[in-house]
Design a binder for this molecule. Structure first.
Ligand SMILES: Cc1cc2nc3c(=O)[nH]c(=O)nc-3n(C[C@H](O)[C@H](O)[C@H](O)COP(=O)(O)OP(=O)(O)OC[C@H]3O[C@@H](n4cnc5c(N)ncnc54)[C@H](O)[C@@H]3O)c2cc1C
Length: 607
């Protein structure tokens, strides 16, 4: 059992990815070119990533006082990834890209996430360079982005600070113009930055010739004060090593210093760093201050950063999904081979009988089917959202705008749902292994530790929930929610005529109505403190309803396919989701609708 048949089914039988070639941008593509990309990525993931997943966990990055040391396997894997051309896959032919649809890029990257999520497949580098291609100057594109696409440089995203995590408005890194000629630098208006950035992934290493940091910082006003809130935030490109306008290293180090490596619960193959900008350890031209070049307009830094958030969040959701999938496949294999216990017969158990394999026990099947329904459902959702990204960029205007709005509403789910439920899948994978699952002799505990990150970064679970209920379902007069309801109703209409699915279609219709009613009830007083007190249960109910929709739609595609074990499995996973999971939304929405204040109103001293 491998991932590929599931990916192929979802891409082609369900999402009809080959229809994308009707778009001018993708006209040179075909099922053959898509398959070739998937084949290459599957092979590199199998050869260069999977065998080293445990190694990068046990050989954490370490600092020898001068350099951060990573295992040779990480260097080899990243070289192979860059060599595949995947870093620039979505880019135009003129800059060496493949003009690959994001749907296929996301599917191809899934293989790396499953094989070894923390070795990394360049999500940060691609995101960084993609942002520069949209918001950077021609020189910034040529010097920074193109060298990132080739794998010569790598990229980071420096948003968080020790005191500013969820609340980016509290960013206190300062950027001041660097000299009288600051506006004339060929690489963009030149500033000097000072401040500390916490949690920066891939912030220091020797994997590439240079590291290109994209840094949020504030430019002080004429009184030297930082503008409060997010309005004052600007974006800067800050190379670790100085480069000239031809993209060559000048030999001078920029004033960006590693203050320390964070030692993480999981995801240990990627360095995580506290970086000091401008502390004077590496003065440039004899002066302290990290040299950074303004990207886009001053004060519009968050806007630029958010440009790439949908894809980054689909990337996080996909990573969570694939870690779940890795655990599912490992526990399926274990369950097929582990003998333990006897079946319950009419006369109880017969100790004289040989033990059965644990996959024969109903409860183990329950845990396997739960994982399958979480992870394959999440994979379908991520690919659906990736397809919306392509629609947004290449469909005609009205359809593109619908895709944009749908993505606004679905992105918090694409990021958060797999982070919670594919983590739960990892927990079930450990459970299936019994005591062995709790040891480092089996891979499943590492999957859980790696996956635990995903509810924290790229906007915590709580922040995503408030974004969904506080902003996304209300924006543009609730149009995004209405559009989503329309898509869900389309599926219901198709399913209601299939006798096997009629009850599920009905259940989905009721769930959708419950979500709609709870959204209204949450906002009935118009007070955000009432509405958002139970934002996470709302996120959970919303997410489960979306997943039930995705499963019913996938089941319609499966139903049309010839009989096979895969078809039987998909239909069972859909039924599992409707019978065991969807009913949970009643409890979640109850506290949302009644604006329950049990948690919010409890005085601190009562805890
Ligand atoms: C391994 C790892 C890699 C990371 N990589 C990067 C990176 O490359 N670049 C980068 O910039 N950052 C990165 N981050 C930072 C990450 O995005 C932050 O950790 C995250 O945004 C949360 O910030 P915080 O840790 O300060 O927690 P806090 O913001 O202090 O949150 C703590 C808890 O309080 C809750 N909370 C906070 N504010 C509210 C609120 N207003 N309402 C309700 N609940 C609230 C949160 O949901 C959370 O549960 C990384 C983090 C980790 C752990």
């Amino acid at each position: 059992m491998t991932l590929r048949p599931t990916v192929d089914f979802l891409l082609h039988d369900w999402l009809h990815a080959e229809t994308l070639q009707q778009r001018e941008r993708f006209a040179d593509h075909s099922r053959e070119t898509f398959d070739a990309v998937l084949d290459t990525c599957e092979r590199i993931a199998r050869e260069k990533y999977a065998p080293f997943n445990r190694l990068v966990d046990t050989q954490e990055p370490h600092f020898d006082g001068e350099r951060v040391i990573l295992p040779q396997a990480t260097h080899d894997a990243q070289k192979a990834y860059a060599g595949s051309g995947m870093l620039s896959a979505a880019q135009d032919y003129e800059v060496g890209g493949m003009q690959l649809p994001y749907t296929v890029e996301a599917a191809a990257n899934a293989f790396f996430a499953m094989a070894s999520v923390s070795i990394g497949s360049g999500m940060l580098t691609t995101g960084n360079a993609n942002l520069l291609m949209v918001h950077g100057t021609e020189a910034q594109k040529t010097v920074f982005a193109l060298n990132e696409f080739s794998g010569r440089f790598s990229g980071t995203m420096c948003l968080s600070e020790p005191q500013a995590g969820s609340s980016l408005s509290d960013v206190s890194t300062r950027a001041v113009p660097d000299g009288a000629d600051f506006a004339d630098d060929p690489l963009g208006p030149r500033y000097r930055l000072k401040g500390n950035k916490m949690w920066i992934s891939a912030g220091e290493h020797e994997l590439t010739e240079n590291i290109i940091h994209l840094v949020l910082a504030k430019i002080p006003d004429e009184n030297g004060k930082l503008v409060p809130g997010t309005r004052g935030i600007s974006l800067f490109v800050v190379p670790k090593k100085m480069v000239n306008a031809a993209g060559e290293l000048t030999g001078e180090r920029n004033d960006v210093a590693l203050a320390g490596l964070n030692h993480k619960c999981g995801w240990r193959g990627t360095t995580n760093t506290l970086l000091n900008f401008g502390e004077g350890k590496y003065p440039v031209n004899g002066e302290p201050g990290a040299v950074g070049y303004l990207v886009g307009q001053a004060g519009k830094g968050l806007h630029c950063m958010f440009h790439m958030m949908n894809e980054a969040r689909i990337g996080v959701g996909m990573a969570a999904t694939m870690l779940g999938m890795a655990g599912y496949l490992a526990s399926l294999d274990y369950a097929k081979n582990r003998p333990q216990g006897r079946p319950m017969g009419p006369a109880g158990k017969d100790p004289a009988q040989a033990p059965v394999r644990i996959i024969e026990h109903a409860d183990v099947k329950r845990m396997l089917l739960a994982q399958k329904s979480y992870c394959e459902g999440a994979l379908a959702l991520e690919l659906y959202c990736a397809r919306l990204v392509d629609e947004q960029h290449t469909a005609e205007a009205a359809a593109a705008d619908d895709a944009r709005l749908l993505l606004e509403v679905l992105t918090p789910i694409a990021k958060s749902w797999p982070s919670e439920w594919c983590l739960e899948a990892n927990s079930l994978a450990i459970q299936i292994h019994g005591g062995y699952g709790y040891t480092r002799d089996f891979p499943v505990e590492q999957y859980w530790r790696d996956n635990r990150l995903n509810m924290i970064h790229e906007g915590t679970h709580g922040i995503q929930a408030m974004d969904l209920l506080g902003r996304k379902v209300l924006m543009e007069g609730g149009k995004g929610l209405t559009l989503l309801a329309g898509r869900i109703n389309d599926t219901i209409q198709r399913a209601i005529h299939v006798p096997e699915f009629a009850a599920h279609a009905d259940a989905l219709g009721r769930a959708l109505a419950q979500v709609g009613a709870a959204t209204k009830a949450a906002w009935a007083t118009g007070e955000p403190t009432d509405a958002l007190a139970n934002a996470v249960p709302y996120l959970q109910a919303f997410g489960h309803t979306v997943l039930a929709w995705v499963w019913l739609d996938v089941a319609l595609a499966a139903h049309a396919a010839p009989e096979s074990n895969a078809r039987t499995g998909r239909l069972a996973a859909m039924r599992f989701f409707f019978h065991y999971e969807l009913p949970k939304i009643g409890a979640w929405l109850q506290v949302v609708s009644s604006r329950d204040q049990t948690c919010a109103a409890l005085p601190e001293d009562a805890f």
